[in-house]
Design a protein around this ligand. Sequence first.
Ligand SMILES: O=P(O)(O)OC[C@H]1O[C@H](OP(=O)(O)OP(=O)(O)O)[C@H](O)[C@@H]1O
Ligand SMILES: Nc1nc2[nH]cnc2c(=O)[nH]1
Length: 186
Amino acid sequence: MRVDAKDMGADLEKVLITKEEIDAKLAELAAKIDAEYTGKDLLIVGVLKGAVMVMADLARALSTPVTMDWMAVSSYGAGTQSSGVVRILKDLDTDIKGRHVLIVEDIIDSGLTLSWLLSNLGSREPASLKVCTLLRKPEAAKVAIDVEWVGFDIPNEFVVGYGLDYAEKYRNLPFVGTLAPHVYGG
Ligand SMILES: O=P(O)(O)OC[C@H]1O[C@H](OP(=O)(O)OP(=O)(O)O)[C@H](O)[C@@H]1O
Ligand SMILES: Nc1nc2[nH]cnc2c(=O)[nH]1
């Protein structure tokens, strides 16, 4: 069944990126990632829970055989502002020493989560450590991070859908959109 902003009643303000745009962008990113890792053993690490959709769709768009692992960290809780304090809720199952590791994220907002992750995973001595994110908010950056593959740079608005939640809701929307201010008390 197709879900659109109308079906979510008054909760959504607008659709920012459609499912079709996401699919096309992931195909584009997958081709670049394939070119980078030809002949290499690649481990993709998804950051739960938000990156579930990107991991699933990006992994299927790749021709490179990959193994997958997951990390769960949280810095947002139920709010719309990063606390800046990153907690590990689930660590990797895999020893990444000497492995080519690609972190897959749904969004880079302040950059605090990714900055922490890069330093944490970097200290485990992977052969390489790179990042692919579907979304990035350049205006919200609190730390500068070098990111190899970015799907879309978006305005500094709180977004939901395609893995992204507000208080655990809206993750299963197939598109990325913004919430009406009344939903989060705006
Ligand atoms: O750049 P930052 O400001 O640090 O924000 C980015 C992080 O925020 C979201 O995770 P969240 O903590 O909301 O957890 P979730 O993925 O389980 O929803 C998202 O998945 C990123 O990991
Ligand atoms: N749902 C959601 N989670 C985030 N985590 C960091 N930025 C965002 C955002 O804009 N939306």
